[in-house]
Design a protein. Sequence first.
Length: 74
Amino acid sequence: MKEITKKYETEGLTILWKPHLCTHSALCWRGVTGLPEVFKPQEKPWIQPEGAEDERIRQQIRMCPSGALGFEDK
């Protein structure tokens, strides 16, 4: 898979997604700790950062086991 990084932005945060690293663990959106308001694998774009506050998104991204999700503060 091509090594690309996709970016999704809020006013204070840039969410980074590296599809080539993603293991599809579904931890970002599924289960008690998931954030389905932001991470919506059945939709395009699948990351919709307006669904939660920046700090909650940061917390969720830190749980990504593969490192496919990351963030940069603006």
